[in-house]
Design a protein around this ligand. Structure first.
Ligand code: PMP
Length: 401
């Protein structure tokens, strides 16, 4: 008998499970709106031209070897990543108060930050928005933090529950960690306004709450790298401390290359090297050092002015296509006279629309229309095209009528 025979089968990941169901469906009109990855108008994955160009340069450079990177990753990549999120002229960066380590995409960056806080931060409570990306509670719980949530989304307005958010953070124990989505909140697509961010920042600083930004969509939300980093930069500009986990999965289309960075902004330059030394102790037993290829692609693009510009153009094209899909779906529902107010489709931002469809309606759409999404009614706008908007419109109309 197997020594593992007592092991029970774990449940499917709820997001990846959508694709499993989609793959089983034999219908020619089937549509997968569950995946959190960009697709072209033809429904195909996209590798950016500038990424292909960087890869060719790397392959042709015979001086490049396959030696291990340091524990903290590629130094150039770390410096450029900090500048990308905090701004080219960030005083925190130039004052050497920022520690940045290369990690395994956004998830790995969150994980390293969580483990560091679990070991060294005095307050072991972290507040995450309700709802949030499904992996957040798991990553923070494993790091030994106690996970609580703060109100974020109001289903009746399909917008921000700002009052609830302020109340819950106002009642949080002093020093608690607060997870904030830097932009394009997943799964709701609802972000605070600049004025609301200011109020959140003031409340958090008054209570010494520690901000931990998850930045998985910089540039991918609005099409502007600067605009999407605005909230993070506001928190850094007040001189206080914060953490930021960056991912290049969406904005550079490097999903499977697993490229990301964790930055910790410290109050003073004398703390930063000590923080870095402890981050190394977190990383070393986890995976020793990060992979070299993806970080080299990013560094190549970020340090070359021409390639950087090319990237911003391709990035904006992806963001624009998603925004266009929002408009097309909204007007299609409006033209059809589908019952309900669908303006949240164009108000929300980023890869996802939180449609407001309930799990019964989601089930109905899979069964009758072969359209797949997560059971909370979240659809990936990136999985939609001009050709598939009419089919989705039919299905939504039937589901709510
Ligand atoms: N945070 C959020 C909010 C996300 O949506 C994602 C991607 N789905 C991630 C982090 C991490 O993604 P990755 O590890 O692929 O960078």
């Amino acid at each position: 008998d197997s020594v593992f025979s007592h092991i029970v089968h774990a449940p499917e990941d709820p997001i990846l499970g959508v694709t499993v169901a989609y793959n089983k469906d034999q219908s020619p009109v089937k549509l997968n709106l569950g995946v959190g990855a960009y697709r072209t108008e033809e429904g195909k994955p996209l590798v950016l031209n500038v990424v292909r160009k960087a890869e060719r340069l790397l392959v042709d450079d015979n001086s490049r070897v396959k030696e291990y990177l340091p524990i903290t990753g590629l130094a150039d990549f770390n410096k450029l990543s900090a500048k990308l999120i905090f701004g080219a002229n960030s005083p925190a960066v130039s004052e050497n108060r920022v520690v940045t380590v290369q990690c395994l995409s956004g998830t790995g960056s969150l994980k390293v930050g969580a483990s560091f806080l679990g070991r060294h931060y005095h307050q072991k409570i972290i507040y995450i928005p309700l709802p949030t990306w499904g992996n957040h509670p798991k990553v923070f719980t494993i790091a030994g933090l106690s996970v609580k949530s703060y109100r974020y989304y109001n289903p009746s307005t399909r917008g921000l529950d700002f009052q609830g958010l302020l109340e819950d953070l106002g009642n949080a124990p002093n020093g608690s960690i607060v997870l904030l989505h830097a932009c394009a909140h997943n799964p709701t697509g609802v972000d605070p306004t600049p004025h609301q961010w200011d109020q959140i920042r003031q409340l958090m600083r008054a209570k010494a709450l520690l901000p931990f930004f998850d930045s998985a969509y910089q540039g991918f939300a609005s099409g502007s790298l600067d605009a999407d980093a605005d909230a993070v930069r506001k928190f850094v500009a007040d001189g206080g401390e914060c953490l930021a986990a960056q991912s290049y999965a969406k904005n550079m289309g490097l999903y499977g290359e697993r490229v990301g960075a964790l930055s910790i902004v410290c109050k003073s330059a004398d703390v930063a090297p000590r923080v870095e030394s402890q981050l190394k102790l977190v990383i070393r037993p986890m995976y020793s050092s990060p992979p070299i290829h993806g970080a080299s692609i990013v560094a190549t693009i970020l340090k070359n002015e021409e390639m950087y510009r090319e990237w911003t153009v391709e990035l904006k094209a992806m963001a624009d296509r998603i925004i266009r899909m929002r408009q097309q779906l909204f007007y299609a529902l409006k033209d059809k006279g589908t019952p309900g107010d669908w303006s949240h489709i164009v108000k929300q931002i980023g890869m996802f629309t939180f449609t407001g469809l309930n799990s019964k309606q989601v089930e109905f759409m899979a069964k009758e229309y072969h359209i797949y999404m997560t059971s909370d009614g979240r659809i990936s706008m990136a999985g939609l095209s001009s050709k598939t908007v009419p089919h989705l419109t039919e299905a939504i109309h039937a589901a709510v009528s």
